[in-house]
Write a protein that binds this ligand. Structure first.
Ligand code: HEM
Length: 425
C-alpha cells in the first residue's frame, strides 16, 4: 500500500498541526539518540519527521530499507537535478546549503560527475595510501598522551586527544600549513554546525572559510609538496576537476575527515570505559580491529547520511518517498536494528553482519581505511598508556555538541592513570 502523496517536503509545520514525530525533543545536547531512533523504528521504518530547524524529511530507520535507500540512485545527492531545485527543503536552503548545493563535491554529485571526482580522490585515500601514515599517527598519539600525562587538571579526551589527532592527521595528509589548521578547524565546525544558511553570521563565516581555502590552494600551486592538495591541484591542471570543485572537494575532505574521526575516538573511549572486557580487547592486536568495527556500529559518528532528493516516487516497504521529497538514512538507527544485530546496544566482538557507519554504495566513505587506522592506533595507545583511565565527571553530565552531523561530545574530561586498579575505583 502506498501511503505517500506528491506533497514533497513541507515548510515549517507548527507543533500543534504537524502529524509527524519530532526527531529531537528537549535539549539537543542531552538528546538520547538511541531511544529516539528505536521508538521511531518501532513506529514505522520509513516515515516523515520534523528535524531541528523545522524541516520535514523522510527518515529511514531500519537496516533493510537503509541498505535499499543508500543504493537507490533515484534518491539523488544533487539537489540541482530536481525539476525545480528550490523544491528540496521548500526553497529554504537553496542555493546556499553546503552539503547539497554549494560548489560541487562528492557528497552533492551523482553519476558521471561523482564518478569523475571519486576517480581523482579515492586512490589517494586507499588502504595502501593510509598505511603510509601509521608512523605519523602513532607519533602524534604518543606526543598527545605525554601532554595529557603531564597535565595538572583532568585532560579532555576531545580537545586534548581525539580532535588534535584527527586534525593534524587530516591536515598533514592534505598539506595544510600548521598556521592555518586551527582557523580552518574552527571555521569548519562553525559552518557545519550553523543553523540556517541565510543567517548573516553563517554567511560571513562561510565566506571567510572559502577565502581561506582559496589562499591555501593558491599557495599550494606556488609551492607544491608531497600531499593530497598538490595532487588535487595537478588533477585540476589536467582538467579532471574545475577550480570551484577543487575548493569544494578539499573542504569536504577536511570537514568529512576530522569531525567523525574525533567522535569515533572520544565516544569509542567512553564505550570502552564502561566495559572491562573491552579494555582488554582494545589493548590486544588480535582483537582491536574487531572492536573498532563494533565501536563504529555503536557510536555511528555520522548518525545520518547526507540529504537525498527523490527524483521520482521511490517505493520503500509499505510506503513511497514522493518525488521532490528530502530523505535521510538514519545510519545510527540501522546500526542498532535488532533484526540484524541481536542485543544491539551491547558491544560484541563476534558479530557476523556489518554496520553502515561508512554508508554503502557509490558514496561509501573513501576515508574508511584512514579512519580505522586512526581510531585503532589512538584507542590502543590510550588504554595501553593509561590502563586506569576513568571519567573525571559523571557520565550523565556529558553534553553532545550537535545532533546529526557533529554528534560527538563537547568535552570528555578524564583522570589518567597507569594503574589498572584505579579504573575500578
Ligand atoms: C569515523 C570516521 C568516518 C565516518 C563515520 C565517515 C562516514 C562517512 C559516510 C557515512 C559517508 C557517506 C555519506 C552518505 O552517503 O550520505 C562518507 C563519505 C565520505 N567520507 Fe567519510 N567518514 C569518516 C572518515 C572520513 C575520513 C578520515 C575522510 C577523509 C580524510 C572521509 C572522507 C569522506 C568523503 C570524501 C566522502 C564522500 C564520498 C562520496 O560521496 O563518494 N571520511 N563518510
Amino acid at each position: 500500500m502506498l501511503t505517500a502523496g506528491h506533497q514533497g517536503p513541507q515548510r515549517s509545520p507548527t507543533a500543534s498541526s504537524c502529524p509527524y514525530a519530532r526527531l529531537v525533543t528537549g535539549d539537543p545536547s542531552t538528546w538520547d539518540m538511541t531511544t529516539a531512533f528505536r521508538r521511531l523504528r518501532e513506529r514505522a521504518p520509513v516515515q516523515q519527521v520534523v528535524l531541528p530547524g523545522e524541516l520535514v524529511a523522510w527518515l529511514i530507520t531500519d537496516a533493510a530499507h537503509a541498505r535499499q535507500a543508500l543504493t537507490d540512485t533515484r534518491l539523488a545527492h544533487d539537489m540541482r537535478r530536481l525539476p525545480d531545485p528550490r523544491q528540496g527543503f521548500g526553497g529554504r536552503r537553496y542555493p546556499d546549503d553546503l552539503f547539497s548545493a554549494q560548489g560541487r563535491h562528492l557528497l552533492n554529485s551523482d553519476g558521471p560527475d561523482h564518478h569523475r571526482l571519486r576517480k581523482v580522490l579515492a586512490p589517494l585515500l586507499s588502504r595502501t595510501a593510509a598505511k603510509r601514515w601509521k608512523p605519523f599517527i602513532a607519533r602524534t598519539c604518543a606526543g598527545l598522551l605525554d601532554t595529557m600525562a603531564a597535565a595538572v587538571a583532568p585532560p579532555d579526551l576531545v580537545a586534548d586527544y581525539a580532535r588534535p589527532l584527527a586534525l593534524r592527521t587530516t591536515a598533514t595528509i592534505l598539506g595544510i600549513p600548521d598556521a592555518a589548521q586551527q582557523q580552518l578547524s574552527s571555521l569548519t565546525r562553525a559552518t557545519v554546525r550553523a543553523g540556517h544558511p541565510d543567517d548573516s553570521t553563517v554567511r560571513r563565516q562561510r565566506s571567510e572559510l572559502f577565502g581561506l581555502w582559496a589562499r591555501i590552494i593558491s599557495d599550494k600551486r606556488r609551492k607544491p609538496g608531497d600531499d593530497l592538495l598538490t595532487r588535487l591541484t595537478l588533477a585540476h591542471g589536467q582538467g579532471h576537476l574545475s577550480a570551484e570543485e577543487l575548493v569544494s572537494v578539499a573542504w569536504g575532505l577536511f570537514s568529512g575527515g576530522v569531525s567523525p574521526t574525533t567522535t569515533l575516538i572520544a565516544s569509542g573511549a567512553i564505550e570502552i570505559l564502561r566495559d572491562p572486557e573491552l579494555r582488554d580487547a582494545v589493548r590486544s592486536e588480535a582483537t582491536a580491529s574487531r572492536l573498532i568495527e563494533e565501536l563504529l556500529r555503536i557510536t555511528s559518528p555520522f548518525p545520518a547520511s547526507v540529504w537525498r532528493f527523490a527524483l521520482a516516487d521511490v517505493p520503500l516497504g509499505d510506503t513511497a518517498i514522493p518525488q521532490g521529497a528530502v530523505a535521510l538514512i538514519a545510519l545510527a538507527a540501522a546500526n542498532r536494528d535488532p533484526a540484524v544485530h541481536p542485543e544491539p546496544d551491547t558491544a560484541r566482538l563476534n558479530r557476523q553482519r556489518g554496520h553502515l557507519s561508512f554508508g554503502l554504495g557509490p558514496h561509501y566513505c573513501p576515508g574508511a581505511p584512514l579512519a580505522r587506522l586512526q581510531a585503532s592506533t589512538a584507542l590502543t595507545a590510550l588504554f595501553r598508556r593509561f590502563p586506569g583511565l576513568r571519567l573525571a565527571v559523571p557520565e550523565t553530565s556529558l553534553r553532545r555538541q550537535g545532533v546529526l552531523i557533529e554528534s560527538g561530545y563537547e568535552q570528555v574530561p578524564v583522570h589518567t592513570s597507569s594503574n589498572a586498579t584505579e579504573a575500578e575505583a
